[in-house]
Design a protein around this ligand. Structure first.
Ligand SMILES: C[S@@+](CC[C@H](N)C(=O)[O-])C[C@H]1O[C@@H](n2cnc3c(N)ncnc32)[C@H](O)[C@@H]1O
Length: 424
């Protein structure tokens, strides 16, 4: 007869309680998960977030195992043939191993450079024998612990779901996943731990004051754990293409000069305009803007001035050849700025050498129907003409963001305010 006891029952022996806890921690059975959905996790007993900090690489847990150091080592060996010790020690794999040794004393069996080389060679020699695509469905699940040797054959890859994502973080089995990726496996069988984790990138994005903990991206951010459930609210590419086309029409095929994006958010426009050849900078109230810009677009944080745009613009006589200010003006119309909308646009006018690009909330948007009454493209053009010194105000048409859940919002017109002769 089987007696059912609750996990916390005092009648359970310590060893049964331990076994039960181990079983209930893991979902039953194995699941085939695409290799592309398996992201790097912790190492040697450190969580992924702890290891990311140790590596000074906050994007570590946002990277696919197939793009990580284990897979990189296999690819390098396949390209170069026999690798020297010096070559092995120069790889990201060795850097990862050395970080583990520094923090925990070991990386598997290695505790020095010679051990790292031996470990890398053993991994490469194991080849696809390490790939255990036939792991037993009911294989005993052990929790990886610091200093463990490689999991023995028959152990499934262990993962935990990443919150708000269709990706998983690998808890044990990075080498096996990398080997599977190298031989072109599309999926690997994994055992899934209950619960979920977040990545440092998700945590940072969620802390951007603008999103108020929301799970949305205001500008494009390409990271695997964001792809499925973090919608990009503004595609941005539409506005950028219109800016690029107008600038080439006005300035000619070679673009250069200075550019400032006011309220630059993560810095997507700063990065793209930098890519066109501009000395690009941003102004952003939220200090996380500069942090995220460095992480996701590789922007130098010194290029993002942090603070209230009004205070920053009032405090400078600098001008930039091209300035943009997207979706900020209406907050000033609605009384949420540190000055009124007229002063903001005058400050933007003063800061602009040649072209100011601007869009703003409009009355046709469901959420502004009563609060922005009258703010249609004709009014915006008249407002810009009245309160700025530009020679031309061009309406470049609406954005393409009025789709999906935002079908009744956005569709904001992009205006280009142009000086035919640059300001003296
Ligand atoms: C609606 S988003 C617009 C983002 C970006 N301009 C775009 O269109 O992709 C507003 C952004 O402006 C920033 N912001 C709001 N008020 C600001 C101010 N007074 N000075 C500087 N940045 C501000 C917010 O922190 C947020 O990142």
């Amino acid at each position: 007869m089987t007696t059912l006891l609750h996990r916390s029952s005092p009648l359970l022996t310590a060893s049964r309680r331990h076994r039960l806890a181990r079983v209930t921690r893991w979902r039953h059975g194995l699941r085939d998960v695409p290799v592309a959905k398996l992201l790097l996790g912790g190492q040697n007993g450190m969580t992924a977030t702890e290891f990311a900090a140790a590596m000074e690489d906050p994007l570590w847990p946002s990277r696919r195992v197939a793009d990580g150091p284990h897979a990189g080592l296999i690819a390098l060996a396949a390209r170069e043939g026999g690798l020297t010790d010096a070559q092995l020690l120069a790889t990201p794999y060795a850097r990862m191993a050395r970080t583990c040794i520094r923090r925990t004393g070991r990386y598997f069996g290695a505790d020095d450079a010679a051990g790292v080389v031996a470990q890398a060679r053993a991994f490469l020699a194991a080849g696809d024998a390490v790939v255990d695509v036939d792991a037993e469905d009911d294989a005993e699940v052990g929790t990886p612990s610091p200093g463990d040797l490689h999991s023995p054959p028959g152990q499934p890859v262990l993962v935990v779901p990443i919150a708000h994502s269709d990706c998983y973080q690998v808890l044990d089995g990075h080498h096996r996943v990398a080997q599977a990726a190298a031989v072109g496996a599309v999926t690997v069988p994994v055992r899934v731990r209950r619960g979920e984790v977040t990545t440092p990138l998700q945590d940072l994005l969620g802390r951007m004051s603008w999103l108020d903990g929301g799970r949305q991206l205001y500008q494009p951010v390409g990271s695997p754990e964001l792809a499925a459930h973090w919608p990009t609210v503004r595609c941005c590419v539409d506005r950028f293409e219109a800016m690029d086309a107008l600038l080439r029409r006005i300035v000619g095929p070679t673009l250069s000069g200075s550019y400032l994006d006011v309220a630059s958010c993560y810095g997507w426009f700063v990065a793209e305009m930098g890519g066109l050849g501009f000395e690009a900078e941003g102004m952003e109230r939220d200090p996380l803007g500069a942090t995220l810009g460095r992480l996701v677009y590789g922007l130098d944080p010194a290029r993002i001035r942090t603070g209230d745009a009004v205070r920053l613009l009032r405090g400078t006589r600098e001008t930039w050849d091209v300035v943009s200010c997207f979706s900020l003006l209406h907050h000033f119309v609605l009384g949420r700025g540190s000055c009124d909308e007229v002063e903001l646009v005058r400050l933007l006018d003063r800061a602009t050498g040649r072209v100011l690009f601007l869009d703003t909330g409009q009355e046709h948007e469901r959420w502004f129907r009563s609060s922005l009454r009258g703010w249609d493209p004709d009014h915006i053009r008249a407002f810009l003409r009245e309160h700025t010194t530009f020679d031309q105000i061009l309406d470049l048409g609406p954005d393409r963001d009025a789709v999906g859940p935002y079908a009744d919002n956005y569709g904001r017109h992009l205006f280009a305010c142009v000086r035919t002769a640059p300001a003296a």
